[in-house]
Structures are given as structure tokens and as C-alpha cells.
Design a protein around this ligand. Structure first.
Ligand SMILES: [Cu+2]
Length: 163
């Protein structure tokens, strides 16, 4: 009987602390390490650019004996979308070097790159004209270097600058 009333009393105390618990959860979220990000709220995954964002195309091609992204350098704005198109010489993909992207970019790309094979590594495109869309919503400014996994040894790499 005495134990029962203590448990009941505890339950009331815990219920009264509900608001305090919520604050504790928010603090935990803000101290999450950058490589284990909280999901970016409201960030569209792939697909359409954010309101006011632009869409850019990068072709993935085999020209002569060179595998290339065209253009090899592209400047975009945070919130833009880049469509990578498998034009020739596939399969190709888009893999960002994790140590090249700015701080906070991994979290944005985690949301913006659908169907990742590994962190920052897009799927292989085999079908002609297949498109892989990367959404740079919430992407911090800086340089983003990337490469094609099947053709890295053949020099297929490129760079995006986010403003
Ligand atoms: Cu390739």
C-alpha cells in the first residue's frame, strides 16, 4: 500500500515535469555531431528546387577516350537543383568527397541526394538519358568536389561551387 502511493506520487511529479523534458530534448538536438545530423526540417528530397531556386544540367559523357562531367565547373546557389544526365559511356554516378565539402554540407546532401549507395554517393546510372537529381536545399556555401565511382581512375571528376 505504501509502495503503491509512492509510485502514484512519482507519476504525478513526472507528469508535472513534462515541459522540462521537452527543453532537454531540444538541447540534445542542438548538440548532435555534424556527421549525425537531425533531419533538415522542410528540405525537399531531390526533385524540384526550393522556391526561387534554379535547375542546372551537368552531362556525364565519354568524349573520345575521356570520361567527363560537362561542365566541369559550375557555380550554383544554395536551394538550386542539379540534374546529372547519363549521356554516354555509362554507368556513371555522382560521389562527393566527404573531406572536400564545407561543414554542414553532408547533412544537406543526405537530404538532397536520393537513393544513396553510401553517404554522399549517388546510385549508378546505366540507362541512356537517365537523370540523377541533387537538391542543394540548405547547402552551405563553398566548394563541392565530386567524382564518378566507376571512372575515378580515368579522371572523371568535377567541381561545384555553392554561393
Ligand atoms: Cu563515369
Amino acid at each position: 500500500m505504501r509502495v503503491t502511493s509512492m509510485v502514484a506520487g512519482l507519476a504525478i511529479v513526472l507528469a508535472a515535469c513534462g515541459g522540462g523534458d521537452q527543453n532537454a530534448e531540444q538541447q540534445t538536438t542542438t548538440t548532435t555531431p555534424p556527421d549525425q545530423p537531425a533531419p533538415a526540417a522542410g528540405a525537399p528530397a531531390g526533385g524540384a528546387p526550393a522556391a526561387g531556386g534554379k535547375t542546372h544540367n551537368v552531362n556525364m559523357v565519354l568524349e573520345g577516350s575521356s570520361y567527363k562531367y560537362v561542365p566541369e565547373q559550375l557555380t550554383i546557389k544554395s536551394g538550386d537543383v542539379v540534374r546529372f544526365v547519363n549521356k554516354s559511356g555509362g554507368p556513371h554516378n555522382v560521389s562527393f568527397w566527404a573531406d572536400s565539402v564545407p561543414s554542414g554540407a553532408a547533412a544537406a546532401l543526405k537530404a538532397g541526394m536520393p537513393d544513396q549507395m553510401a553517404p554522399l554517393e549517388g546510385p549508378l546510372l546505366t540507362a541512356p538519358e537517365a537523370v540523377y537529381t541533387v537538391n542543394f536545399a540548405n547547402a552551405p556555401a563553398g566548394e563541392y568536389k565530386y567524382y564518378c565511382l566507376p571512372h575515378l581512375a580515368l579522371g572523371m571528376k568535377a567541381r561545384l561551387t555553392v554561393q
